[in-house]
Design a protein around this ligand. Structure first.
Ligand code: AMP
Length: 135
């Protein structure tokens, strides 16, 4: 598991603006926010990408994400938000320790901009069955 800036934050070797911590999860403000209130939620478990994360660590994040989102919305007054989770350099991941972004979308339009190049689902039955077969 490569050393990352988030490992250092977890060990307390570099500071962060912490908003939440429990036995499995740490949440803190993003140092280069896309919008006011941009918060990162990370597992304490070391895993580079979400697919490598244990069920226990995943569950711990899932348990607190909605609560953190509510707090961010309450403080910023944002009417909407995105939860973003990048995996792999080509998918815009820069820090190789799993993290979820909570990014408020403010009334002034600040927040995440998303391209959504939607297509047509041709082979849904076969594809769904293939994926289900890997679980
Ligand atoms: P990603 O592109 O999904 O890997 O996002 C990594 C995020 O980590 C970026 O939004 C950075 O601004 C953020 N980041 C990097 N270093 C720090 C740090 N020391 N404290 C807080 N956020 C950081």
């Amino acid at each position: 598991m490569p050393e990352t800036i988030f490992s250092k934050i977890l060990r307390g070797e570099i500071p962060c603006h912490k908003v939440y911590e429990d036995d499995h999860v740490l949440a803190f403000l993003d140092i280069n926010p896309i919008s006011r209130g941009h918060t990162l939620v990370i597992p304490k478990e070391s895993a580079a990408t979400l697919d490598q994360l244990s069920d226990e660590a995943s569950a711990a994040i899932g348990r607190v994400l909605p609560r953190l989102a509510r707090a961010v919305l309450a403080v910023t007054g944002a009417p909407a938000y995105n939860v973003l989770q990048n995996n792999g350099a080509s998918a815009h991941q820069a820090v190789f320790h799993v993290h979820f972004h909570i990014i408020p979308k403010h009334a002034d339009g600040s927040g995440l901009g998303i391209g959504w190049p939607s297509g047509k689902l041709d082979d849904g039955s076969a594809l769904a069955a293939q994926i289900a077969g890997k679980l």
